[in-house]
Design a binder for this molecule. Sequence first.
Ligand SMILES: C[C@@H](O)[C@H](N)C(=O)O
Ligand SMILES: C[C@@H](O)[C@H](N)C(=O)O
Lengths: 162, 162
Amino acid sequence: EQEVVSGVAHSRDEAKITLRNLPDIPGVAAQVFGPLADHAINVDMIVQNVSADQRRTDLTFTVGRADLPAALKVLSENAGKLEGVEVQSSADVAKVSIIGIGMRSYVGVASKMFKTLSEKGINIQVITTSEIKVSVLIAEDYTELAVRALHTAYGLDRPEGE
Amino acid sequence: EQEVVSGVAHSRDEAKITLRNLPDIPGVAAQVFGPLADHAINVDMIVQNVSADQRRTDLTFTVGRADLPAALKVLSENAGKLEGVEVQSSADVAKVSIIGIGMRSYVGVASKMFKTLSEKGINIQVITTSEIKVSVLIAEDYTELAVRALHTAYGLDRPEGE
Ligand SMILES: C[C@@H](O)[C@H](N)C(=O)O
Ligand SMILES: C[C@@H](O)[C@H](N)C(=O)O
């Protein structure tokens, strides 16, 4: 069973914004991100799950912390105005990612990441994936603990003196 | 404003599984994916959003359609047994992705994707992102329409005869 993880990346410069109860109809995602793009606000992760009731769903995205006030202002003037929609945010998060090349045993890599974090009592707030990366958002206080635990779990610890 | 999108990818061989009301505490994601990894079930997208009530959250992942029965069986014997948890699934989805290299104007690329799909009346069910890719799940019937519309939007249409 080949280890295919090449690295652990992390970023503390993350703030999460969640729009609750977005109408789940065509055009809404565009209403969220169009104005953000027009204001050149850099967005990192975007996560939206399946609607539970075919009517509303939640959407979370992250920005650098310095961009949080600007992003919230843009939302308040646009999608944040949609009826029933609530905007929540927090800068108290960090993004931690497992990077692998050609992760054929992808689910094994993801499952090990989730298990390792849980063994340290670290709650996973958001999960998003691509073929080469599994990324999570966790509370910022746990960043160093998470990164160290993952380095050890995937055998990426550096030898002494390196 | 530089176009940095290099391609549109799509896969109809996708089935989505959503676990509703997972307890949002450490160890739960591991309980979902550990058994799937043990049964060598290939997982593609994994999407989890922030809990709305600090107690429960939903998690969606996709598998190839042939793996759907096996995945559902594994879940029914594991995380699907957690109190209050509901497992929903559908094979009527397709994954469509925009691929870019060094997407500096990332939010612009994502916003254009969402706008293009909405103009064709295509609802976006799931969104997940990485630095080089924005992926969505849509109803499978709309796959070809979505891919053609995105090719046109990003100027990727092939010249006649190619
Ligand atoms: C919620 C949002 O993604 C909506 N479903 C849309 O297509 O724009
Ligand atoms: C829901 C699940 O991701 C949970 N928060 C965990 O850490 O495992």
